[in-house]
Design a protein around this ligand. Sequence first.
Ligand code: AHR
Length: 567
Amino acid sequence: MKITRRTALKSSAAAAAALALRGARLFSQGSTSVDAHIDILPAEPIATISPEIYGHFIEQLGGVVYDGVWVGTDSKVANTGGVRQSFIDALKSIKAPLLRWPGGCFADSYDWRDGIGAPGSRPARTAFWSQQETNRYGLHEFMHTCRAIGCKPYLAADLRTLPARDFYQEIEYCNAPAGNVPSNSAAPAVPDTLAAQRAANGDREPFNVDLWGVGNESWGCGGNLDPEEYAAMFRRFTSWTPSYSRTPLRFVAVGGNGDDVDFTRRMFKALYSNSERRHIFGLSVHYYTSGSASEFAAGDALKFSNGEYYDLLTRGSITERIVLDHFGAINDTQQPNQPHVKLVFDEWGAWYGPGTRLAQNYNLSQQSTMRDALLTGITLDIFQRHADKVAAACVAQTINCLHSLVLAMGDQSCVTPTYHVFRMYMPHQGAQSVRTQFSAAGIPNPLANAPIPVGGNSYAGSIDASKILAGLSGSASISPSNPKLLTLTVVNPHLDKPMTTEIAVAGASIASASGTVLSEPDVHAHNDFAHPDAVKPSAATVGSTSGGRLTHTFPAASVTSLQITLA
Ligand code: AHR
């Protein structure tokens, strides 16, 4: 069925009505002492959860690359080829599938040629974010970072300041095979000059980059383009690019900011006004949750009231509306001969004011608490519930910037509560997402009276206020290797209310369960260099099963991952 925004909303309204009924039925069927019900419906598959929704993002910005990722080959800090070992280890341990680079806004004034060749002869430039760029970390260093982690590179190309020729030559530099390249003409096969340059710079084998962002936030720092102008640029940049494999490159077009579906709709309309089949894999969408209800990029990462806690999580939950709205716009504008595009949610996370920066020059770095861990769980669960619409996503940003998983400075580093959630959610990667109904009373958002500010570096818009936070939310998936093994992840946002919940799997009996929980008595809890393990997950005290159902208590302000085995 073609899912439009209207049918998606209609079906979510129908689901809500069904949920109310189902909730009533379950409440009356089961024990009366429970606070909530979760109904997992294996017969209603959504889609395979792309591991790429667990993607990452690093930008040449503040302390992200220098000294976060890159400590240098002669550093005393443990490293592999100059890349911080603790960063590599952390990303490896969560099977990070994807790393996006070099930006962000930085990407749209970055010449990839500045970052190749002998380090000593690379130019120093004044770059985006009012910073001096040494170019010591460039394309090869990034590829080595990906190789060390075992993840795929996702490159964002400069659309604002470089011509299309530089884009396709960057593809050629990255992907042209070593040695003679077979020619589709009478000309003899000869080695490719850019591949030879790559080899001279240390990497004979191609990087095989298949995922390419064509610009970044082109409505803002990426050129202040209107959707029609961007569509024309996208067409020009992608109508021909070098290809060395049968598998087409995956191009990602820029979509609207936050819930700006008008941009998305106009962009697709303009893109398809020329009927040639387009090479487009995904639509980039960004949404940052400000730490303040009234201002973008404000509020404090560590000091917040209960009201601000609930407000941030409610505004974070708007991600679901954004996914539905942009996907609806894609469907509304879909042309029969064009590829079916999914969302690439390649920047998301909480964005606070500068109060908890690691250091003055670590621009946009911030601390990360249990509140951010809950936001992480809520967001990943949304992507999983919409595995049919979201192909990839990147948290912004992985280290020393905004919603980080790793904080690092000199020889010190620690992981954040958000890292633990990524780790706890790993069994979902590549699993089959199945419809799951949560019935729990919602929590009124105490601060939601006005439209919500959204933005990024260079744009501020707004989104209608959201008044209710789900009293319990999550997602469920079936293991790709064992149909009797389910993963259920659940966020309980109540600050002071453990939620005793009856969990049922339609058409099956629960035999046993085990799990992990992240929960602290104080949601301000966080890790820092002096206390790297202040927040860490523990084994969940799993409830009891009876009649094939599991009754489990989700602690207040917690994220839980349960592995459920069916009889
Ligand atoms: O992640 C920080 C910035 O936020 C990125 O550079 C930009 O794309 C967005 O505005």
